[in-house]
Design a protein around this ligand. Structure first.
Ligand code: EPZ
Length: 429
């Protein structure tokens, strides 16, 4: 199994191209199930999760052609996918496939809307928390679906098709918003979604659905109105640049010092993280091509944050911020309010010399003068990359095991950081 080996201590300087967003690419690929025509997606990142979803969609009958990278082209630009689900040949998403990636549960809404029935395995638990699907199911029931749970599967039926309904989510959920939004585009009549998630990736999906012929008002707002249409058509859409990858590299530069331009970064998608980093003493300025990130002075100021749904500080950057705050000049307080078990990086950061104590959903991070390299491993994607950030500043060698977590969500991370001066290598056993 591959490992990443980092010798810490180098500043980062240069430019990094931001890839297409994983969490937009996945639901965008799934929208292809809503139409028999071809959906063309540009700027698709080459990630393990994307490759897994290709297989899952293939099982439902989606044909996929990929325009790969070209010689002399920008090797950091994404690929172009042409997805065509002429017919849905199988309305079942089996356990073996859904259990490997939670986002595959999101095929439920589109298949149900198009075929009036769907059978999708419950996704099960996950390293960061229990992650139930009750909000997805209640939302689809409000659109007239009859839902039963049988042998670990959700069996959903809508004889005669889904009908518009009023959905008011008691809690903000990215996945449930996407599932219901996709289903509502083909339901008869109007659907209102209240307390919708407003993450930029949802806006990206909604904008793509509009290009496909969907009628959606309130994109990017907490209340959306969707008028169902008979059919959706093909479209061409660019995947939004990844705000979590952007925030991750910002924190890496903040930790090491130096000056890096993040090409293609979209500041409006991560205002909360930018604010927190400025408070910590990081200069972030817009350039014609993206964002320029530079640490001001020699040290990082501690911060107090809590994770919140967008536009609050994202849970997907919590581990990375903690990695950075391990070397801050004082005590930081980081509260995780979205997932109940998203502190798996704490004990691994401690192996590098970090001083962190946990009290329920809150981590108290006492900044230390220096981290020291060590072998570490993490059980989820963002936790793994927080260890990379810490490894970049630790004295000596840090080996991050289980690199497949990183490959789920970061394209060519060792190359991108290596080009900016980091000593970082992928090692195969
Ligand atoms: C999405 O997961 C993202 N995944 C996650 O990114 C991200 O951390 C999360 O949103 C929050 O921003 C993708 O986009 C593929 P939720 P999702 O439904 O949709 C509870 C990463 O590292 N909940 O918004 O699964 C749930 O338990 C990943 O890229 C219910 O109670 O998250 C959690 O506490 C990890 N019932 C909260 O809501 C439900 O039916 C938010 O979860 C659904 C969710």
């Amino acid at each position: 199994m591959d490992k990443i080996e980092i010798t810490g201590g180098n500043e980062l300087n240069g430019q990094i191209q931001i890839s297409g967003a994983k969490n937009a690419a996945l639901p965008l690929m799934i929208t292809s199930l809503l139409t028999p025509d071809t959906l063309t997606l540009k700027n698709v990142p080459n990630l393990r999760d994307v490759n897994q979803l290709k297989k899952i969609l293939g099982n439902h009958g989606t044909d996929l052609t990929v325009e790969g990278k070209r010689a002399n082209g920008n090797k950091y630009a994404g690929e172009t996918y042409h997805l065509t689900a002429r017919d849905i040949v199988d309305t079942t998403a089996p356990y073996e496939m859904v259990s490997t990636m939670r986002a595959s549960f999101w095929v439920l809404g589109p298949i149900l809307a198009r075929c009036h029935e769907a059978k999708v395995s419950l996704p099960g638990g996950c390293a960061i928390g229990t992650r139930p699907v009750d909000l997805h199911l209640a939302g689809l029931e409000a659109l007239g679906a009859q839902i039963e749970l049988e042998d670990g599967y959700v069996i959903a039926k809508a004889p005669g098709g889904l009908k518009g309904g009023h959905v008011r989510f008691p809690k903000v959920s990215v996945g449930a918003t996407i599932n219901v939004l996709m289903a509502a585009t083909l339901a008869k009549g109007e659907t209102i979604i209240e307390n919708a998630a407003t993450e930029p990736e949802i806006g990206d999906v909604a904008n793509c659905l509009v290009k496909m012929g969907a009628k959606i008002e309130g994109i990017g707002r907490k209340t959306m109105h969707i008028q169902g249409v008979e059919n959706l058509e093909g479209a061409v859409h660019n995947v939004l640049p990844d705000r979590i990858e952007t925030g991750t590299f910002m924190m890496a530069v903040a930790a090491t010092g130096g000056e890096v331009e993040l090409l293609g970064a979209v500041p409006e998608t991560l205002t909360a993280a930018i604010e927190v980093l400025r408070e910590a003493g990081v200069s972030i300025t817009e350039t014609p091509k993206g964002l320029l990130v530079k640490r001001e002075g020699d040290s990082i100021k501690p911060v107090h944050i809590e994770t919140q749904p967008h536009p609050g500080f994202p849970t997907d950057l919590q581990a990375q911020l903690m990695g950075l705050m391990t070397i801050a000049d004082g005590r930081s307080v980081i509260r995780e309010t979205i997932f109940e078990n998203r502190f798996m990086h704490v004990q691994e950061l401690a192996r590098l010399g970090a001083n962190i104590s946990l009290n329920g959903d809150t981590a108290i991070v006492e900044g230390v003068k220096e981290l020291r390299g060590a072998p570490v491993m993490a059980t989820d994607l963002r936790a793994s990359v927080s260890l990379v950030i810490a490894g970049l500043v630790a004295q000596g060698v840090t080996t991050v095991n289980r690199v497949y977590h990183l490959d789920r969500g970061f394209e060519r991370i060792e190359e991108k950081l290596g080009n900016c001066g980091a000593q970082i290598n992928r090692v195969s056993d």
